[in-house]
Design a protein around this ligand. Structure first.
Ligand SMILES: [Zn+2]
Length: 298
């Protein structure tokens, strides 16, 4: 293993404040390059690179954004993955049905999205007991089956990076889930490539920002969050372009995430999404289950 790869693995597993400050202070770019070149050295590298695009439907405003977003994705020729919250599926069934009809993939994002200030305030998913976590997952499975007629195979934990230990994957495996996309790339053993956990559940790590490699590169980080640092015109799109080039060059995996309403509310987010269209780059775009199928058939 090259020194870059082992450094990326060691630092990314527990990036303390001094490490993050040093990496960010140096501009982050070198770390992002190391991360993708580490993917290129790994056994699970993906010839030509791969891209997945996902959205979390966390709030009523996200649900109400689904119709125009579906239209836009159709024009961009992107088939995406949507993490859905059972309680919002019940409140906005027609909007969620549009996703199914358009051929997008749905992921279990729990029934009430613990820590969501509207649905389940003050409790984070990783602070629930295993029994409560199992209940949140099972209820969302049931809701999607009954309301949308869909059997879910994948999961995204509320709040990236707050799942730790093996219990999480055991829980998913126990409920018949075959994959998850819940961990930032820098924290994944695989440096961001899809990986099969010992519990048999695949993890599709979420890509991080090329300038702030320990933060997920999403519309919250780039545009909406307090202190968002990529609000300038074209900045978010440029970071996507840079990541696409790195993933393509190294046979890496780019797994980008946006909030549905942000695509409508921020022209910068719409520009970033347009950048992800296969009309603009050579990376195949896959849902997680599509990519999983091709990984298993190898
Ligand atoms: Zn950043």
């Amino acid at each position: 293993m090259s020194w870059k790869r082992s450094l990326v693995k060691r630092l990314g597993a527990r990036p303390g404040l001094p490490v993050a400050a040093a990496v960010y202070g140096l501009g982050g770019r070198f770390y992002a390059r190391w991360l993708y070149s580490a993917q290129g050295e790994a056994e699970g590298r993906l010839a030509g690179g791969r891209l997945s695009v996902s959205f979390d439907v966390d709030y009523p405003r996200d649900a109400l954004a689904l119709e125009p977003l579906c239209e836009l994705l159709g024009k961009l020729e992107i088939t995406a993955s949507f993490a859905v919250v059972g309680a919002l599926v019940e409140r906005h069934p027609d909007q969620h049905r549009l996703l199914v009809d358009a051929g997008h993939e749905l992921l279990n994002h729990t029934q009430n999205h613990p820590d969501n200030e509207l649905l389940c305030p003050d409790r984070k998913f990783d602070q629930l007991s295993p029994h409560e976590q199992a209940g949140e997952i099972a209820l969302c499975t049931k809701t999607c089956r009954e309301v949308l007629g869909v059997e879910l195979a994948g999961f995204r934990a509320p709040h990236f990076g707050n799942v730790s230990g093996r219990d999480f994957y055991r829980l998913l495996a126990g409920q018949g889930y075959s994959f998850s996309s819940s961990v930032p790339a820098t924290e994944a053993e695989s440096c961001g490539l899809p990986l099969r956990t010992p519990e048999g559940v695949w993890e599709f790590p979420v890509s991080t920002c090329p300038r702030h490699p320990f933060a997920v590169l999403d519309s919250w980080h780039a545009l909406r969050g307090p202190g968002a640092r990529h609000r300038g015109e074209g900045r978010f799109a440029a970071l996507c372009r840079e990541s696409l080039a790195l993933a393509g060059r190294h046979g890496g995996y780019l797994n980008l995430y946006l909030d549905p309403r942000d695509v409508l509310e921020y022209p910068q987010a719409a520009a970033a999404l347009a950048e992800l269209s296969p009309q603009r780059h050579g990376l195949p775009v896959d849902t997680y289950s599509g990519l999983l199928q091709s990984l298993l058939s190898k």
